[in-house]
Design a binder for this molecule. Sequence first.
Ligand code: HAM
Length: 418
Amino acid sequence: MPRSEPIKAVRGVRDLLPRDRPLWRAAELAAVDVARRFGYEEITTPLIEHAELIERVGEDTDAVAKELYRFEDRGGRKLALRPEATAGVVRAYFEGHLNQEPQPARLYLIGPMFRYNRPQKGRYRQFFQLDVEAIGSGSPALDAEVIEIAITWLHDLGLGEVRMDLNTIGDAKCRPAYLDLLRAYYRPLKDKLHADCQRRLETNPLLLLDCKVPQCQPFKVDAPRITDHLCEECAAAWAAVRRLLDAAGIEYHLDPYLVRGLDYYTRTVFEIYPARAGGSQDALAGGGRYDGLAEAEGWPPTPGVGFASGLDRVTEMVKAVGVEVIAAPAADVLVLPDAGLEVAAAEVARICRAVRSVAVDYEAKSLKAKMRSANKLGARWVVLLSAEDVKQRTAQLKEMASGDQVAVAWDDLPARLA
Ligand code: HAM
């Protein structure tokens, strides 16, 4: 019989091991903390949605057209693994009647997203996002608020050196005329564009500005700028957002060609990069306003704004800049019984667990080897148990740092460890 290969993880997904988790936990806790400080509440939505929910809001974008994990369940339903959270959060806002509560609903979510893209460092097929949404208000103050949340979170994690690109892409009133200008500009250049851009030129010309393919780059610089063609309302909102960011002391870089990959955006759009990077694959966060999304999903027209940030990239960056996250030891106390004393060891562990985290080393190995494990685990104390100790309901308590060892009655252990 040929031996089969051991089964490995699916391409593009990865495990977060105990050695990775302390940094991830620190990033998650910092996110929860900043969300709470701004009055945002946690929401959890399913990882699976009707494919139509996702497709309706971005049928021409890569995340949907090429990267969607789409499947049929056993009942023949067409489902998708969520590639992002916003569409689902907006659906939940209506289904959960959050629209009938004080507005806006301020919501955050941390969880996995799925995109079938080409895996590389910082780009995975399952990745995690912190997603923040303010739904039910069109106030530009909320655009600035969610940006401040993103910047504050990164800053709290030691990532103060970031660059934020900022733009507006107008709304249903002013954008159509601008898109006509954009089409008129690009049509004579059509043959020089790559295939997707040639097609999008007619269907969704805004995405031409988001194209990263080298052959399309030279034409961007002379393309008409939406900021020169905003309607009165969009121009006022655009000025207000910048005023609010200035007042908050948040720096931004105006990029008139920033349009974002998902096509539900209106007005404000932004992306945050490490200070010394370029190119979209390095974005730490991105977001914007999406006043047409609710309606695209079939719900009453409702404005919203938000962002998402990739925890995979953020934690990688925290590691790269050398911010240290001290991992708590797996257990404060390690109980080391001699062979055959499992029942007594479990009882001693139970007693110590009243005040400390406790693990028992049940492996049959030498005391020296057990002490090495205790050191590796970072235990502060070991509790040595021999048959003689068990008879007298005592144990040898050893403090690892000092090496001091004393005999202690089992019932006195909590007091000694407290
Ligand atoms: P997005 O720009 O597609 O926006 O993704 C946001 C962030 O998720 C990116 O900046 C990046 O950090 C991370 N990310 C995206 N794809 C991957 C990947 N394959 N591997 C690792 N990290 C990745 C959205 O998802 C919108 N829903 C944001 C939003 C919320 N807009 C309004 N509200």
